[in-house]
Design a protein around this ligand. Structure first.
Ligand code: SIN
Length: 328
């Protein structure tokens, strides 16, 4: 019988502090422990409705500095807690800057049999904990309300009263408290005064990457996949530099190229990408546009050789990395 809700702390602005309560930008992220953050959530007892809040600090970090090893630690703790019968779900407090990457990563790697019946809800803040008007406590309360919904499943992000699926969520603003958007898909639902109002069904848990061999994720170095952008004046120089062996870096295995418009690529860069592909590097094309995905095959993709992913660049990088990992 589920009776606990687990809060895993990863750091971020939610846990940040500034020297003055009026300072919402000059703060240091990742200073306050998740246990203390929980104590600052107004009305938590009533949101929890008899469930016990259990907390654990997994990392204490500014999310721009997260490494793959931190994701592996998070995945381990999320999977561990979801597998416990007494746990109803997991809330992860996390920095906003790479939140969508962590959410997507978890949606691809937490075993599907766990996610089908229990949710993982990531939440965050745009104002530090020391702010006169922090947004973190309200976001944590909303995340708890979502995680305790009886039918909730899959990986979601809750911020500023909106529930986003891991597949669609993107950070779209560097300052506003309502910093996330789900693009054309729209949010899964809303949290209003602690009540969840679904606009769509809970996210489907169907990703084939859920069954990724866990041994592949235990390896120290995950396949190196870089994310590049095509733009006016682009050349092949960056791609060719990546192809040069570097004793300090793992060998390059893949490139995700965020192309202009419908995933088009500057012809100078395209030539270099074809060279990379001829050397066995996987090249995946996405659009650098904020909305939509690459439709059909791009006019510059004459060879038809660059696969295209209906994901944002940062998520396509994760998908390609996991796909290569599962094949090695
Ligand atoms: C971070 O991503 O850890 C810092 C920025 C934020 O949480 O808004």
């Amino acid at each position: 019988m589920a009776e606990k809700l687990v809060f895993l702390g990863m750091g971020g602005t939610l846990a940040g502090t500034a020297t003055s309560a009026g300072d919402n930008v000059g703060y240091t992220a990742a200073q306050v422990g998740v246990q203390d953050l929980l104590a600052s959530v107004p009305g938590l007892k009533s949101v929890m409705g008899g469930f016990e809040a259990v907390s654990e600090q997994v990392c204490q970090i500014d999310s721009k500095d997260l490494a793959h090893t931190d994701w592996r630690a998070l995945l381990g703790r999320v999977s561990h807690h979801l597998a416990r019968p007494e746990v109803a779900g997991v809330v992860v407090t996390h920095g906003t800057d790479t939140l969508e990457e962590a959410a997507y990563f978890l949606s691809c790697t937490v075993p599907a049999e766990l996610l089908r019946h229990k949710p993982v809800v990531l939440t965050c803040a745009m104002r530090p904990a020391s702010s006169l008007t922090p947004d973190g406590p309200g976001n944590m309360a909303d995340a708890a309300a979502v995680a305790l919904c009886r039918q909730a499943r899959g990986v979601m992000v809750v911020c500023a009263g909106k529930i986003h699926s891991a597949a669609h969520v993107q950070k779209v603003h560097p300052y506003r408290t309502d910093a996330f958007d789900s693009g054309e898909a729209g949010p899964v639902g809303l949290v209003e005064e602690g009540r969840v109002r679904l606009l769509w069904d809970w996210p489907e848990v169907t990703n084939s990457l859920c069954n990724l061999d866990s041994a592949a994720l235990q390896s120290d170095a995950w396949p190196r996949v870089e994310l590049l952008l095509s733009h006016a004046g682009a050349t092949g120089a960056v791609v060719r530099a990546l192809l040069k062996p570097d004793s300090n870096e793992a060998p390059l295995r893949g490139i995700v190229l965020a192309g202009t418009g419908n995933g088009t690529i500057h012809k100078s860069m395209e030539a270099a990408l074809l060279e990379a592909q001829a050397q066995g590097i996987r090249v995946v094309r996405v659009s650098r546009c904020a909305y939509g995905t690459v439709v059909g095959s791009s006019p510059t993709d004459r060879s038809g050789t660059f696969a295209s992913a209906g994901l944002s660049g940062v998520k396509a990088r994760i998908a390609l990395m996991l796909e290569i990992a599962s094949q090695t």
